[in-house]
Unconditional design. Structure first.
Length: 165
């Protein structure tokens, strides 16, 4: 069995859970921020929708040079656009992961910031941390935003007050 085969089931499960939450985002609340320093609900949801695109960046490139001044976050206009973007990115990520060999996953990947190396890790570690865990982290934030807007939350890893299982 390839390493990626052991990760794909987890990826599918986490993406299914993420999609359930994204579908609950109230369009009229896209501008909501729980704190002035927080990103808006729409930007947070958009970030979750674009995060699967990092799979290709990770597996098809060896270096990413980030320039935060050049990054423009995806700001969906509708929940339909949000879900279409997420679904398209997840499907493409799945394709790219399916094509990854164990050798591909063990190659080093470097993140740089304007030409300065920040860190280098094997691509498998980047998938685990910057794709999987990063998504789970922001999905947790999204569930708090949704709770603050009184949206009923589905089960994620177990029962919620709204879905006791």
């Amino acid at each position: 069995m390839r390493i990626i085969d052991g990760m794909l089931g987890e990826y599918e499960h986490e993406c299914g859970t993420t999609r359930k939450l994204l579908a609950l985002v109230p369009e009229k609340e896209f501008g909501f921020k729980p704190h002035p320093k927080s990103m808006s609900l729409g930007i947070l949801a958009g970030h979750l929708a674009e995060n699967p695109a990092w799979v290709e960046v990770t597996l098809k490139q060896d270096v990413l040079d980030m320039d935060p001044t050049q990054y423009k976050p995806f700001e969906p206009k509708t929940v339909k656009e949000l879900l279409e973007t997420f679904d398209k990115n997840v499907a493409h990520a799945r394709e790219v992961m399916n094509g990854a060999s164990d050798g591909d996953l063990m190659k080093p990947w470097t993140m740089m910031k304007r030409g300065t190396p920040m860190f280098t890790l094997p691509k498998v570690a980047i998938l685990r941390s910057f794709i999987f865990s990063h998504t789970i982290h922001h999905r947790g934030q999204l569930s708090v935003y949704l709770r603050m807007k009184d949206v009923k939350l589905p089960s994620i890893y177990g029962p919620t007050a709204d879905e006791p299982m």
